[in-house]
Design a protein around this ligand. Structure first.
Ligand code: NAG
Ligand code: NAG
Ligand code: NAG
Ligand code: NAG
Length: 349
């Protein structure tokens, strides 16, 4: 698992309508997110139970549906846009969707998994299911009455919203966990991207026209190159859309490879974990129980998560998410160069 741990796979795709009046800064009334645990703010927790403490300890001071000690990239993103944190679509308690909804669940893939969550850890809520859920959400928001009306976005918010996609990592690692070779996983990439494209286009159809798309080791880079090509095609196919490729792989790789320079320690060692060089054991997760020389102990976090990059061997710490966000928000990892607040302006590429 050591090789997988070091992977910094990541895709982020932003899709939005072109805002006609915007000149330098876009106003996004809502954010709709699709993805996996990298951006799950409570979806998997609503269906399968909360991630155990110490998840959430740094920022929320309680477990908060997230696989991190604190906020995720998506949290920093909505915050910077002046919007509240996203409620998970599946969360039946205290959800408020006025400024968007989050369809992401931990373990989600682009392609529907052929295994149960129990067998593989993959979520049954793959990207196509998230798309059905969004569809249903969209239709029903127009029909809700009374007090519920105040908890859903206005119809026009769907048109000008920012649609973010943060998914693909589990499609690659899922194949490797099934003992496929790197080449076999590579062969599946066209199909993964094909299914990704289908969902993006369905969503674009729902928001009228216009959109922004920002996508983000050898396999991941290959995936990202192919993705970049796909984004170029989508730009042509969706002429009213604004499509930007954000290389978050590169941002994370920079952070991990220059960790000390940026104030971080042990770049590949998990903060919340147990055992080995990487403080990671696939069988004993963060918050789990382990028998240590006859004594049962709970796997807890490191002394200082704020100088650690990897949270639990799979997910990132709030500090790492914050760093990555700060480095992508100004557009320095986007192709073409596009700061987040300008992600609704179509440029010549
Ligand atoms: C839902 O969120 C909106 C925007 O943050 C807020 O104005 C509204 O009061 C919230 N509604 C409830 C019932 O909490
Ligand atoms: C699931 O099985 C079908 C039929 O064999 C195949 O086409 C599909 O690619 C498989 N999906 C995954 C994620 O392996
Ligand atoms: C993958 O290979 C390992 C080592 O040979 C084996 O223990 C494991 O059961 C295999 N996993 C699957 C899903 O076949
Ligand atoms: C973007 O922000 C990061 C972090 O604040 C900074 O290091 C980088 O130089 C900035 N890049 C540009 C093009 O402004």
């Amino acid at each position: 698992m050591a090789e997988l741990k070091a992977c910094v796979l990541f895709i982020l795709l932003l899709l939005t309508t072109k805002h006609v009046k915007a000149t330098t800064r876009c106003h996004f009334p809502a954010v709709f997110n699709f993805g996996d645990s990298n951006s799950d703010t409570g979806g998997l927790a609503a269906a399968f139970g909360q991630p155990p403490p110490p998840n959430g300890e740094t920022f929320f001071h309680r477990t908060a549906g997230r696989y991190s000690d604190g906020r995720l990239l998506i949290d920093f993103m909505v915050q910077s846009l002046g919007l509240p944190y996203l409620s998970a679509f599946l969360d039946a308690l205290a959800s408020n969707f006025t400024h968007g909804a989050n369809f992401a669940t931990g373990g989600s893939t682009v392609r529907p998994p052929n295994t149960t969550r129990h067998q593989s850890g993959l979520s049954p809520i793959s990207l196509n299911v998230q798309s059905y859920q969004f569809n249903d959400f969209h239709v029903r928001t127009r029909k809700v009455q009374g007090i519920f009306k105040e908890l859903v976005p206005k119809p026009e918010a769907f048109v000008h919203a920012l649609y973010t996609f943060d998914i693909g990592q589990n499609d690659l690692t899922g194949g490797l966990f099934r003992n496929l070779t790197v080449d076999q996983v590579k062969e599946s990439i066209p199909d993964i991207l094909g299914q990704f494209r289908t969902v993006v286009k369905i969503n674009e159809g729902q928001m009228d026209k216009n959109g922004c798309a920002n996508p983000i080791n050898e396999l991941a880079q290959f995936f990202n190159r192919e993705l970049k090509d796909l984004v170029n095609q989508l730009r042509e196919e969706l002429p009213e859309a604004v499509v930007t490729y954000v290389d978050i792989y590169k941002a994370r790789y920079t952070l991990i490879s220059q960790a000390h320079k940026h104030g971080f320690e042990h770049p590949l060692r998990a903060c919340c974990g147990y055992g080995g060089k990487y403080n990671y054991n696939i069988h004993v997760g963060c918050g789990g129980k382990v028998n240590d020389n006859g004594k049962e102990i709970t796997v807890g976090s490191c002394k200082d998560p704020s100088v650690t990059i990897i949270w639990d061997g799979i997910h990132y710490t709030e500090a790492a998410n914050k760093w990555v966000f700060a480095h992508i928000v100004n557009g320095s990892y986007s192709h073409p160069w596009t700061p987040l607040p300008m992600a609704c302006l179509r440029k010549q590429v």
